[in-house]
Design a protein around this ligand. Sequence first.
Ligand code: GLN
Length: 266
Amino acid sequence: MKLKRIIALAAAAAMVFSLAACGSNGGNAQGSAEAEGGAEKDTLIMATNAAFPPYEYVEDNEIVGIDAEIAGAIAEDLGMTLQIDDMEFDSIIPAITTGKADIGVAGMTVTEDRLQNVAFSDSYATGVQVIIVPEDSDITSPDDLANDKMIGVQQGTTGHIYCADTPENGGFGEEHVSAFPNGASAVEALKSGKVDCVVIDNEPAKAFVEQNEGLKILDTEFVVEDYAIAVAKDNDELLEKINASLAKLKEDGTLQQIIDKYITAE
Ligand code: GLN
């Protein structure tokens, strides 16, 4: 089951990539925006959920993190000013489909369901769903979650979707899942014993375990995923520009520098 999901995600990502590759125009976005003398929007609005360290979090009243910096570098490349709007994770895709935001950058995993509503850029990072447990937990592998455990997740995330799925589909059933508005509140529930574990992306998991004593991350990868930038389905022009910028940032090393600034290699 799990393997099937990973393959489906990879196929979806490959499709997005090949579509983007066909439409690439060499990326002279900045010049053309200037030539049109302000006819194009000069603010790029990014929707995110700034409770997902190290990708996005609040520090000194400012939203910082890998995604914020990548979006900043893309905006700069496009000659635009970045505006970051913080909201619940669940509100990001609706913000894009209604035109309130131009891009969703939130450690967001490419899934077939989301592809029904938005388009995704080329992937810029990999995420892994992991399991956080108390240090003395009897949960030692994903299989143990089937033993009548209560699983804490973040509302609307892939961890939530997988865990709440039926056992036939590799999940544990909705009755075994408790959804919280963000990862931090799920971890609080874990500390107070309201849930037995938290399923969440690996990098935020590391940050939460560092900030809270008595917790550990199980050494098993639950599901491997691709993170990408969400864009409105009909906005091919913006998608192409973003993919061209991302390609530049990958090639000139900026993307890796941003990641290295926030994630120390193991
Ligand atoms: N990668 C997960 C998802 O896309 C979680 C993202 C998040 O909580 N910001 O659902």
